[in-house]
Design a protein. Structure first.
Lengths: 485, 478
């Protein structure tokens, strides 16, 4: 049963073929077995999950079920969930039980979905391998010696290992798409502002965006339908009429113009990834698409621009973790300054400290103009490149990540190498565009490759259509790691 | 050497919104600690600010009232520093583009008017409070005040004395209450000033090095602090020392300022635009709506009072200390001629104000309504009441004994203005006081006053004093 997609589970529940309680029980058992081996979850609470499942069954019996009522999912531990430990992968919040629900969690609850647990992640979403988590690394179910990517590594591995049919993730520079690619699942980062950030612990506010992770494009659309929508509690949340993101799934792709940015296929791209992406593009031609050569001339600047802006915002966003009101506080200290220093020295890991230092530096008097202001200007240039490219094409395609999953520890000593893992995803966040990753093959070692699809603003329905048509013609998204199905 | 004093003020006016600037929590003063701090105010992980449009509306109203430019968009920025009563580790404020830019405030020093230029006014949130007493070596944190909306109003260094600074602060205080953006309660900290003070040799072009006196929450402290600071700075320079830029605190107990921090320990606040808040756009329609609802401003009311009733600008200034007071005067003086208007002004600024002060009431709580005060003034103007009688009637009105005419009737206080009657009394008094008449004629002016007194006494205080004077003079000259 746990090999089923969201859509299939929804249909089975509707047909009375299974109950929500059975589903929750089944997934919970797997989470307590394989889930522990992989390190996917930080918190599970079977009692809570089963209570939600019972309520969902009752709701269905009362005739009030929606499409996802009773369907289980996992939440990245960056989302506050009322009564749940919400750690953000950090020692700093290792004792923080949230007194409220994030908008995303509230929407899922209101839809009747069942929370299976809170998934592991890079500390404060800072990382591309899930190795910076205070709660230990997550292992990639395709090869347990490799990383699942990050920062939504726990969510990605859980969905890949069939420990949850879907999960929520967040993407600041690729944190949904890169782990989706490395674990052979689907992940969508919506247009900035489509999903409320309320209750999602902030990393870099102008880039953070929540999105769905699942095993098919159709499932992404189902979950996005629940997650998206205006929220007055987030001033950057957009006021747009509600839409069904799956409304165009069946549309044929004839005439679709696929832009291939030449900068995506340059040095640094592994041969195996290139081959799989080329084959996917060939498949799209078969489906009736035409391919256009496009250019994003400033894309090379996106990693340095990102590593000025994201740490700048993070350095300020993380100031609230000071040991005064909640979270970790050093056991002993001599005075206020000492309390701050010890608390933050103990509470934050090395990567978080590195980014706070970078961010504090670039915002400092005398450096602000040279770094922060300059980076903001370049950010606009990078966004403009996409505007130009979309004059020639409907969607942009390329690799999600330059390589497949790398070995645990392989890049942890070299932050810059780690940062380059997001070289194809970061520009999308800087531009505020929607981007997604879907599985499109395997490398020589049997590790999955992700195809990135980037759409124009608010073009999620078209992107899902483009991905869904490919998934009707191929079965990469149905492949499961050995021993998990 | 002659020294010139240069003062600029930064004033924090707490905006009179019901809820906080970025959350729905109440701004009411005096609640138990931390009972008015919601998730946003205590900066839980994941919470976000949402701008209170009431605070924006008040900032615009202030900007229009001082003739400033309203920036659209204006930008919210984060001011980063660590302190336990600053829950987010940053204060949301405005830095490079404040909502209000420029503008002027007219102040009155004696009979002279002066214009003080404003640099800017920006929206920001207040911090919480650290409580250092009663916690046995620890500090308590009360976050009720965290997130309270403030308008920080910054003046140019246009003031040249403590008196001018106080006049400016008073004018600003009057204005923010007048246009209902701030309750002006200084004890509760709703209106507080920081004063930037420097001195320079008279005639010098360069400004001296300034020191900033923080958190002055009364006009008296403002005056004392500046006066002390000026003396101190001049003393330092005359003793051959130089002034270091610094932030100082005023101690009301000693009347002295003392150093809090020097420029060297100044924070680097690392301002940057807050990515959680969009640039604040103010539409032309919104501006028009605010302008539409704007009351007539004190400056214009003063000018109207002067023109209509011939009041001095000093008197008009007293009457426009608050909108309620100006309205009281307008009601009292409605339709009156200059003489009656002036009398109303004198009674309001005199007897009525004194009474209100004695009983710590404000004008809205006056026991004598504007209509009744006018009733009294009309009886003075038509000669029914002497000044002394009017005082008696006023006291009776204050005591709730009815309107002026009723009291006059009840007490039989009608003044005698009939010349025939007064002449009769005068003649009787002159006949009975031959010695004093002789004294007066011998050049003793004092004897005249004594005779007036006798006449008033004989009339039981009711004779019109002016007529008594005139008639006596005539008779004695005859």
């Amino acid at each position: 049963m746990s090999n089923a997609t969201l859509k299939e589970l929804s249909d089975r529940l509707a047909a009375g073929a299974c109950s929500s309680v059975e589903l929750a029980q089944d997934y919970t058992n797997k989470i307590n077995g394989l889930g522990k081996d992989l390190g996917c979850f930080i918190t599970v609470d079977a009692e809570r999950s089963l209570a939600q499942a019972k309520a969902a069954d009752a709701r269905r019996a009362a005739g009030n079920a929606g499409p996802l009522t009773g369907v289980p999912l996992a939440h990245k531990d960056i989302f506050c969930a009322d009564g749940w430990l919400t750690t953000c992968g950090s020692r700093m919040l290792s004792n923080f039980v949230s007194p409220y629900d994030a908008h995303v969690v509230g929407r899922c609850n209101a839809a009747g979905m069942v929370t299976l647990g809170k998934t592991n992640m890079d500390e404060f979403a800072m990382g591309s391998s899930n190795e910076t988590s205070f709660f230990g690394p997550v292992r990639n179910p395709w090869n347990r010696d490799t990383v699942p990517g990050g920062s939504s590594g726990g969510s990605a591995a859980a969905v890949a290992a069939r420990l949850a049919p879907a999960a929520t993730g967040t993407d600041t520079g690729g944190s949904i798409r890169q782990p989706a690619a490395l674990t052979g699942i689907c992940g969508l980062k919506p247009t900035y502002g489509l999903v409320s950030r309320y209750g999602m612990i902030a990393f870099a506010s102008s880039l953070d965006q929540a999105g769905p992770m699942a095993r098919s494009a159709e499932d992404l659309g189902l979950l996005l339908n629940v997650m998206a929508g205006h929220d007055p509690r987030d001033s950057t949340s957009l006021e747009r009429p509600a839409e069904d993101y799956n409304r165009n799934l069946a549309q044929p792709l004839k005439g679709l113009r696929v832009g291939l940015p030449r900068e995506f296929f340059a040095d640094g791209l592994s041969a195996d990834v290139r081959r799989a992406v080329d084959e996917a593009v060939a498949e799209y031609r078969k489906l009736g698409a035409t391919v256009v050569d496009v250019s994003l001339p400033n894309m090379g600047l996106s990693v340095p621009v990102y590593y000025v802006l994201a740490p700048a915002e993070a350095s300020s966003n993380l100031s609230r973790f000071d040991g005064v009101r909640y979270g970790h506080r050093a056991a002993e200290y001599t005075d206020l300054m000492d309390m701050y220093k010890r608390t933050r020295a103990e509470g934050f890991g090395a990567e978080v400290k590195r980014r706070i230092l970078i961010g504090t530096y670039v915002l400092s008097h005398g450096y602000y103009d040279a770094y922060y202001i300059r980076a903001q200007k370049l950010r606009r240039l990078i966004a403009r490149d996409f505007v130009e490219a979309f004059k020639q094409c409907d969607v942009i395609m390329g690799p999600t990540s330059p390589t497949t999953a790398f070995r645990l520890g392989e890049k942890s000593a070299d932050p810059v190498q780690m940062y380059l893992s997001d070289i194809y995803t970061i520009a999308v966040n800087l531009a505020g565009l929607p981007g997604m990753s879907i599985p499109c093959g395997f490398d020589g070692g049997g590790l999955p490759v992700g195809l990135q699809i980037i759409g124009n603003y608010f073009d999620e329905a078209r992107m899902l259509n483009v991905a869904h048509q490919y998934q009707l013609a191929t079965d990469w998204h149905r492949r499961a790691p050995q021993g998990v199905a | 050497m002659k020294w010139e004093v240069v003062i600029g003020l930064e004033t924090h006016a707490q905006l009179s919104t019901v809820s906080k600037i970025f959350s729905g929590a109440s701004t009411a003063f005096g609640a138990a600690p931390n009972t008015q701090a919601c998730g946003v105010d205590i900066a839980l992980p994941g919470v976000l600010p949402v701008l209170n449009t009431g605070a924006v509306e008040r900032a615009i109203r202030f900007g229009l009232a001082v003739g400033a430019k309203i920036n659209s968009p204006s930008i919210f920025a984060r001011k980063n520093y660590f302190y336990p009563d600053l829950p987010k580790g940053y204060q949301i404020s405005q830095f490079e583009r404040p909502i209000v830019e420029g503008g002027t405030i007219t102040i009155q020093v004696g009979e002279a008017e002066k214009t003080v230029r404003l640099t800017r006014a920006h929206l920001e949130e207040d911090a919480g409070k650290s409580l250092h007493e009663d916690f046995h070596g620890r500090s308590g944190i009360d976050l009720n005040r965290a997130g309270t909306p403030l308008l920080e109003i910054v003046s140019e260094p246009d003031m040249r004395s403590a008196e001018e600074a106080v006049a400016y602060a008073r004018a600003l205080h009057t204005l923010v209450r007048w246009i209902d953006v701030c309750d002006g309660n200084m004890q509760e900290g709703s209106f507080r000033c920081d004063a930037n003070v420097s001195v320079r040799p008279a005639g010098a072009k360069e400004l001296g090095t300034r020191r900033e006196i923080k958190n002055l929450n009364s006009f008296r402290f403002l005056q004392q602090a500046i006066e002390y600071e000026v003396r101190w700075q001049i003393g330092e320079i005359e003793d051959g020392r130089t002034i270091q830029q610094a932030t100082v605190l005023f101690d009301p107990d000693t009347g002295e300022t003392r150093m809090m921090r020097t420029k060297e320990d100044a924070h680097d606040y690392r301002y940057f635009p807050d990515p959680d808040l969009l640039p604040l756009e103010v539409t032309a329609e919104r501006m028009a709506a605010v302008r539409e609802a704007m009351p007539v401003l004190p400056q214009l009311r003063r000018e109207q009072f002067c023109a209509q009733y011939g009041l001095t600008s000093y008197d008009a200034g007293l009457l426009t200390a608050s909108r309620e007071l100006a309205d009281y005067f307008s009601t009292a003086a409605a339709g009156a001629d200059a003489k009656t208007g002036k009398l109303c002004a004198n009674w309001i600024s005199g007897a009525l104000s004194a009474r209100l002060n004695e009983e710590s009431l404000d004008i809205a709580q006056s026991r004598v309504t504007a209509g009744r005060l006018r009733g009294l003034v009309d009886r003075i103007a038509d000669g029914t009441l002497s000044g002394k009688m009017a005082r008696e009637v006023f006291d009776a009105m204050w005591a709730g004994e009815g309107d002026a005419d009723a009291i006059i009737a009840a007490k039989g206080l009608k003044q005698i203005s009939d010349s025939g009657k007064i002449e009769k009394i005068v003649d009787q008094v002159l006949a009975a006081n031959a010695q004093q008449v002789a004294d007066f004629r011998a050049g003793k002016e004092k004897a005249f006053n004594s005779l007036v007194g006798q006449v008033m006494k004989a009339s039981r205080g009711k004779a019109n004093p002016q007529q008594v004077n005139d008639i006596l003079r005539r008779r004695l000259a005859g």
